[in-house]
Design a protein around this ligand. Structure first.
Ligand SMILES: [Mn+2]
Length: 346
């Protein structure tokens, strides 16, 4: 960890203690995260906003893009803005960005935060990001979740000895992010520290079984119908250890499912012995035109999928990465297979 204020590389510029001080002095603090927030994005932003409020900070939350179905249950009475519903982010003196440091994942917020690096901070666990976004950065690329980084910060803000002593309203969103980003403690990112932190959060009152049911066992029926269609055209390339699941725009339309419901489609593909990489391709549209959303997952012995995603201008982690392709579904699949065959997956 370096402490150079103007480091040109994507790494920490402050310690957790310095970040806690920066947040305490924030005045009106806005906490945001990447578009289409997942469990870690919602969990980390909500936990830090609530912990900052305990420290007397006027904290507000804003989200953009498709939201998880459990959003109201997790947020409860905590107020938040949804940009897609026409809300604008609350006025802020300082802004904290959680679980990303990439402009590409923050498009809707750009008019509010661009050119304000001295007033923006990042709390993240990704290996790559844009240093010019924020001068104040707490980035731990070895952490399993942004919530793992946020836990210590929340304890500092709440003035408690450690995560086990956090109020339930802070501990529960932290366990949500830690659980969802590790596939509920199945991924190789799980370390002794992750498991000890999970134990601390459960000790603080977080309801593990309720969160698992809420995030894993509460799908709308359209999701299962969409999965059935996608699996019917599974491309299982046992020769190179790759399984590809493709979702067409027609599938989404005919099942009434949303793009967000494809989250987790890599799991059944990766469950096959001999498969080391699972790829989920989703035909979707953006304001800039049609794109294929690429999600990559790799087993412990599989290739670095962040590198594969990088070939499409995307990124992420060694075992989980994503990108967008402007090629057709078929061309995207062909290019991915070529890249992985070159990387020597087997
Ligand atoms: Mn995350």
């Amino acid at each position: 960890m370096t402490h150079a204020a103007e480091s040109a590389v994507y790494e920490s510029t402050v310690s957790p203690g310095d970040m806690a001080t920066w947040l305490r002095d924030a005045g009106r603090l806005l906490v945001i995260t990447h578009t289409r927030p997942d469990g870690d994005a919602v969990g980390s932003t909500l936990a830090v906003a609530r912990a900052a409020a305990l420290a007397g900070v006027e904290a507000s939350l804003a989200y953009a893009g498709e939201l998880p179905p459990w959003m109201p249950e997790v947020l409860g009475a905590t107020p938040w803005a949804h940009l897609d519903a026409g809300d604008v982010p609350p006025v802020f003196d300082r802004c904290l960005v959680c679980d990303t440091g990439a402009w590409g994942q923050l498009e809707p917020y750009k008019p509010w935060i661009a050119g304000k690096a001295d007033r923006v901070a990042i709390l993240d666990h990704h290996a790559s990001g844009t240093p010019d976004l924020a001068d104040t950065r707490l980035v731990e690329s070895a952490a399993a979740a942004a919530c793992e980084v946020a836990a210590e910060l929340c304890a500092l803000l709440a003035g408690v000895a450690g995560p086990a002593d956090l109020p339930l309203a802070v501990a529960e969103p932290l366990l949500l992010g830690l659980g969802t980003d590790t596939g509920w403690f199945r991924h190789p990112s799980v370390t002794p520290h992750v498991l000890r932190l999970a134990a601390d959060l459960v000790q603080a009152g977080a309801d593990h079984a309720r969160l698992v049911k809420m995030t894993m066992l509460s799908d709308p029926p359209q999701r299962l119908r969409l999965l059935a269609r996608a699996m019917s055209r599974l491309n299982l390339r046992e020769d190179i250890g790759v399984a590809i699941v493709a979702v067409t725009a027609g599938d989404l339309k005919e099942t009434g499912a949303s793009v967000g419901m494809t989250s987790g489609f890599a799991d059944p593909a990766l469950s096959v012995r001999g498969v080391s990489v699972a790829i989920v391709l989703v035909e979707t549209t953006t304001p800039a035109g049609p794109v294929v959303k690429i999600s990559l997952r790799s087993k412990i012995d599989g290739p670095d999928v962040a590198k594969v995603a990088g070939a499409f201008g995307g990124g992420g982690h060694v075992r989980a990465a994503g990108a967008r392709s402007t090629l057709s579904l078929e061309e995207t699949e062909h290019k991915l297979l070529e890249l992985i065959a070159e990387a020597g997956a087997s």
